[in-house]
Design a protein around this ligand. Structure first.
Ligand code: PGA
Length: 261
């Protein structure tokens, strides 16, 4: 199955608003054919209006998080409706930093994915194992629990909105560490993710849903990752902070994908 690759930038808690403007000035000098790849950039919440105002047409803007609630007494939260009103098209849900540092559970993440899809945006739902879990041979079990907990309850909703769900496999031990998973390691887990998706959402859906790899992706390692049959793009942290290196990842990733025919 030929899935269009998707490359996403996760800025995390980085950059000022002034830097946001100059980032988009630089990246807008490049261009990406929207038939070849989808591109998404997720700055902090406060930078979204600046990013939306200055992003080139080929780059959609996304948020790094969203509230599971729509309105009310939830101090510090931001609702999906406001993100939609701003013009966001994507939301990253369940990044391992949200899970580990902010105690987000699979049940909460399920509510968040539901909000995102119901509002007409696309959720990038993150899964991944820690080093201890990998060393204990628990990688597949961890991923299966994460998918079962968050996506299985939404099977019916997802069935009608397959294109509004992207899964990102981000081994926690590879995030921000410079230790990228080998293409074989990543492919094995992507394959297992697709099998898990098939068991809850059906074979057709599992073949259509795009699965990104994330964790120390750089312009020089994206090529071999993209050659794997179940890797459909990347979620990039550190290397997305430079517009030129993020663009190079997209360019190299697209040409690796094209070379597969
Ligand atoms: P990294 O982060 O590319 O800096 O490893 C990836 C992520 O956390 O999404």
């Amino acid at each position: 199955m030929n899935r269009k690759p998707i490359f996403a930038a996760n800025w995390k808690l980085n950059k000022s608003i002034a830097e946001t403007h100059s980032y988009f000035e630089t990246i807008a000098r490049h261009s990406v054919n929207p038939n070849h790849a989808d591109v998404m950039i997720a700055p902090p919440y406060t930078h979204l209006p600046a990013a939306i105002a200055s992003s080139p047409t080929w780059a959609a803007i996304g948020a790094q998080n969203v509230s599971a609630e729509l309105s009310g007494a939830f101090t510090g939260e931001v609702s999906i409706q406001v993100l939609a009103e701003l013009g966001c098209q994507y939301v990253i849900v369940g990044h391992s930093e949200r899970r580990a540092l902010f105690g987000e559970t699979d049940a909460l993440l399920s509510d968040k994915v539901r909000r995102v899809i119901q509002a007409g945006l696309t959720a990038i739902f993150c899964v991944g194992e820690t080093l201890e879990e990998r060393e204990a041979g628990a990688t597949t079990a961890v991923i299966s629990t994460q998918i079962k907990g968050a996506l299985k309850p939404l099977a019916h909703l997802i069935e009608g909105h397959i294109d509004q769900l992207v899964v990102a496999y981000e081994p926690v031990w590879a995030i921000g560490t410079g230790k990228v998973a080998t293409p074989d390691q990543a492919q094995q887990v992507h394959h297992a993710i697709r099998a898990e998706l098939a068991s809850h959402l059906g074979l057709d859906a599992s073949r259509m849903i795009r699965i990104q790899y994330g964790g120390s992706v750089k312009p020089d390692n994206i090529v071999d990752l993209m050659k794997q049959p179940d890797i459909d793009g990347a979620l990039v942290g550190g290397a997305s902070l430079s517009p030129d290196s993020f663009y190079e990842i997209i360019k190299n990733g697209v040409s690796a994908n094209e070379s597969l025919g």
